[in-house]
Design a binder for this molecule. Sequence first.
Ligand code: GDD
Ligand code: MN
Length: 371
Amino acid sequence: MHDRDRPVPARHEARPLELSVVVPTFEEAANVAPLVEALDAALKGIAWQVVFVDDDSPDGTAEAAKSLARSDPRVQCLRRVGRRGLAGAVIEGALLSAAPYVAVMDADFQHDEKLLPEMLALLRKGSLDAVIGSRYLPTGSHVVAALAGRRRWGSRLANWLGRKALSVELTDPVSGFFMVRREVIDGVAGKLSPAGFKVLFDLLASQPEPPRCLELSYEFRERRAGVSKLDHGVVAHYLSLLASKLSHDLISPRAVMFGMVGASGVVVHLAVLRAALGLGFEGAQVLAAVAAMTSNYLINNVVTYRDRRKTGWALLTGYLRFCALCGAGLAANLAVAALLQEHFHIWWLSGLGGAAVGAAWNYVTTSLAVW
Ligand code: GDD
Ligand code: MN
């Protein structure tokens, strides 16, 4: 018989709440009850609660959590509607907490809940702000990670970038498994980006003082049920988020992603153009444009439009539509490139000019008609 099946003492008789475990969920209905059982087994002797923050999963995750919550006051569930995002879910779950310590973990059993008591014991000592579960440390090892002293860089921009992107010296700065003193989140909650997966990274980089961190190794297990919501586009997504923030939200993350994919297309274009110059300039330019078009399509599909990503058959038909739309762009590309080549005879300038005109056309038309 589990603790949660017994009558739970009224809150005023219980020890004061010490730990909130925030679990963001999207389509994790099958994992909710087993996770509560695992937490119950792992956190004996600790006054804990679990806060599921569900983004209105169609599989009934929130209802699964709430049906547990009805008979177990340690279980809470916030159902968010009209928005999606792991980071935002984590932030809101932490803001709901009144406990001195907040842990964050996945619902899918990839994070080892048996590490939680050790994380808590370390934080209780008072000399740390965050204890982080690392996938990349050798088994059994601990590493105290300082945040590097790159904070005194000259320009504000470099300082910001340094804080945002360079100064975190952790083996797993994007870990989704960590525990912090609640003030660490409370103090900067308004500054954190609600989109994306990199909430720990954002959290640490947003601290006014370098946070004192310690990493613990754990074995990143196989997901128990359901599917991952994280794919390769996530890193690019986060970069575009940073750039968008850097522009004070003037440029949307999607526009930034367009730009980044476009830049990668230019690199592909120039590389292929150079490699294929032996075919004669025009032939090489056609080949380069097709290569860039294909890589742009595939990358945009998984990065820029990851929320509307095409797979299987639709991936192919989308590609055909993409190519058809890009046909006109390619014509403009060729015309401009040929013109430039005729006048200046500088292969890379011609290639670049043609590609730029073609790319602008492609982006506008495909953003309207392909995805
Ligand atoms: N509320 C909410 N909203 N929860 C979400 C969302 C969302 O939009 N997307 C994902 N989640 C939940 C999942 O249900 C899961 O509990 C947790 O967030 C992590 O999502 P996964 O889909 O399991 O991610 P992963 O295992 O592939 O990614 C791992 O590595 C990342 C860093 O590289 C996890 O450990 C992440 O936590 C980590 O950030
Ligand atoms: Mn996972």
